[in-house]
Design a protein around this ligand. Structure first.
Ligand code: PMP
Length: 415
């Protein structure tokens, strides 16, 4: 139909129990396959690119134009304000670490314990307050308010807000949390790694100071992400990568650094990645309603199907009523999550993920036993049939056990 759905069928896995099946991708929260619009853009650029910002030749000028245009499109994707800047990074991890590098002295960082490690851990130079995991959206706002009230208002503060939880898909009350931060004069950064692929993110509507996200979760290839937002802390800090590209002039006595995004983009940039990311952003924006409808239908079917199976529990951070992106995270009584995902892969040709999802503190709180669960996450490469197959697979596992005998080895479960 009108979805930019161009991946999936060609990924047929040839032998799942000697049957040819369409590989079912239910692991979009980890990474997303590139859209054809994106691979087309990459192919066109790969044939012609030249040195970005460093040459007078035709291909150099062309590539520089594409690269700077990509910056504008990525900014537009998250509703950047006129005076915001877009810094290209490798991914969300890199974007948040870059921001951590620019914190003014004595900055207090506040972050929920439920954050992905990329958002929980990069603040090594700052004093960090870890806010306990809330059980509802309302409680998250109260807990943040309490944590901010305990700080010295004369010191700078940065609140790290998760857009959507990578473990459960729950959408956080971003605008409410940002409003509380604003009341205390604190800055905010939104980790939009899981939100931006699924919902429109608008930096000015949400009233956050920075947004970080990853291309590889947004239907672009690996290696490109962005930090978008306020320029003041970024321009006042030493460059993230002090090197060529970040310099204005270098003399024996003094190095003068660039201002603007170039200051933190030392070295030759990943221009192809940036252009691919911009292409994904533009394609997703153009199909936003269709993507949301597709995912909502699949997620409803997935959650409804799993809920009916005895012994299966669905998990949430902010309560079952919280709005969520395309994730169903579950445990199955009597079966290790790692076995469930192995059975789904081997016997049903389905990709899901199990484990602690780079959010150990949250998983410890949410899941009994070894603190792991199974995460199925839908996206453009997921079909209704994949959902039916997954629900069927889990039901059969609960009713009859695995088709093969599995043994646990150092490398996981082996049939
Ligand atoms: N934040 C969240 C919520 C995530 O889900 C992820 C990726 N799992 C990250 C940050 C880090 O993203 P990346 O690995 O692309 O740097």
């Amino acid at each position: 139909g009108d979805l930019p759905l161009t991946v999936g069928a060609e990924l047929g896995v040839p032998t799942i129990h000697r049957t040819v099946v369409d590989f079912g991708n239910l692991d979009h929260a980890a990474t997303t396959p590139a859209l054809v619009a994106v691979t087309d853009a990459v192919e066109a650029v790969q044939r012609r690119y030249g040195s970005v910002h460093r040459g007078a030749g035709y291909t150099s000028r062309l590539t520089t134009d594409w690269f700077e245009q990509a910056r504008g499109e990525v900014g537009q994707f998250v509703g950047a304000r006129a005076d915001d800047e877009v810094v290209f990074t490798r991914n969300t991890t890199d974007a948040l670490r870059l921001l951590a590098h620019t914190l003014p002295p004595r900055t207090n960082v506040l972050v929920f314990e439920s954050a992905h490690h990329a958002a929980l851990l990069p603040w090594t130079v700052a004093r960090t307050t870890r806010i306990p995991v809330p059980t509802s959206a309302e409680e998250s706002v109260t807990l943040l308010d309490d944590a901010l009230a305990a700080l010295d208002p004369a010191e700078p503060a940065l609140v790290v807000i998760t857009g959507a939880c990578n473990v459960t898909g729950d959408i956080w009350p971003v605008a409410d949390l940002a409003a509380v931060a604003r009341r205390y004069g604190a800055r905010t950064v939104l980790d939009a790694a899981q939100l931006a692929p699924h919902r429109r993110v608008d930096i000015s509507e949400l009233d956050v100071d920075w947004v970080a996200f990853s291309g590889h979760k947004t239907y672009a290839p690996y290696g490109a992400g962005a930090l978008v937002g306020r320029t003041d802390w970024l321009d006042a800090s030493e460059p993230y990568l002090p090197a060529g590209g970040a310099t204005h002039t270098v003399s024996h006595q003094h190095t003068r650094w660039q201002e603007g995004p170039a200051r933190h983009e030392g070295g030759t940039p990943n221009a192809v990645g940036a252009i691919a990311l911009a292409s994904a952003c533009a394609t997703i924006s153009a199909h936003r309603d269709a993507i949301e409808a597709h995912e909502a239908e699949l997620l409803d079917a997935l959650r409804a199907g799993l809920t009916e199976i005895p012994g299966v529990t669905l998990h949430h951070v902010l309560g079952p009523a919280a709005d969520g992106v395309g994730v169903a995270t579950f445990t199955v009584d009597g079966y290790a999550p790692s076995l469930v995902s192995q059975v789904l892969a081997d016997e049903y040709g389905l990709a899901v993920r199990d484990g602690r999802f780079c959010a150990h503190l949250l998983c410890e709180t949410l899941f009994d036993g070894d603190g792991t669960a199974v995460r199925a996450s839908v996206g453009l490469a997921t079909t209704r049939e994949h959902i039916e197959r997954l629900v069927h697979g889990v039901r059969r596992l609960v009713e009859n056990g695995p088709t093969s005998t599995y043994e646990h080895t150092d490398t996981g479960w082996v049939a």
